[in-house]
Design a protein around this ligand. Structure first.
Ligand SMILES: [Fe+2]
Ligand SMILES: [Fe+2]
Length: 167
């Protein structure tokens, strides 16, 4: 039996994953507005991935016979600042989510909930990848500073990101 506390925490995590999707979609729109079409594409794929994360938790609760209680989402900002600030804000957000995932994993350990641990292991790995890929972009952007042609090159590169194949 999955504990009530773990069910509550996973329901809350579903909200954070959907909020992540909402935030990345808002960032995508902000980037599109600045004609950073590659950034916009990259952010839109991030948003889709986050919906996939939320669905993993939803399916898990349903498979465990637990209740799914969707919570209200906060309104994300419409403007996020400079392109570097947008990437810095997404890194900051991913770090927050990593903290949440780690707390969930600790709880699943505490409660000897092995299926939840297996699910969360996937998320632990995913968060390492998320933080690494965004950190790399942030560091490159800091390296080229105000160089517009370097920004456009990065934009082209981000625009080539392929959609994740469904697992
Ligand atoms: Fe996520
Ligand atoms: Fe994420």
């Amino acid at each position: 039996m999955i504990s009530d506390r773990l069910v509550d925490e996973i329901n809350e995590q579903i909200k954070h994953e959907f909020y992540s999707a909402y935030m990345y979609l808002a960032m995508s729109a902000d980037c599109a507005d600045r004609n950073l079409t590659g950034f916009a594409h990259w952010m839109k794929l991030q948003a889709e991935e986050e919906v996939g994360h939320a669905m993993r938790f939803v399916d898990f609760l349903l498979e465990r016979g637990a209740r799914v209680e969707l919570q209200a989402l906060d309104q994300p900002p419409a403007r996020f600042g400079s392109p570097l600030e947008i990437m810095e804000k997404s890194l900051e957000h991913e770090r927050f989510v990593t903290g949440r995932i780690n707390e969930l994993y600790a709880l699943a350990m505490d409660e000897n909930d092995y299926p939840a641990q297996v699910l969360l292991q996937w998320f632990v790995t995913e968060q390492v990848e998320e933080e690494a890929s965004i950190d790399e972009i942030v560091e490159r952007m800091k390296m080229f500073g105000q160089d517009g042609s370097a920004l456009l090159m990065l934009d082209t590169q981000l625009g080539e990101r392929p959609a994740e194949s469904a697992e």
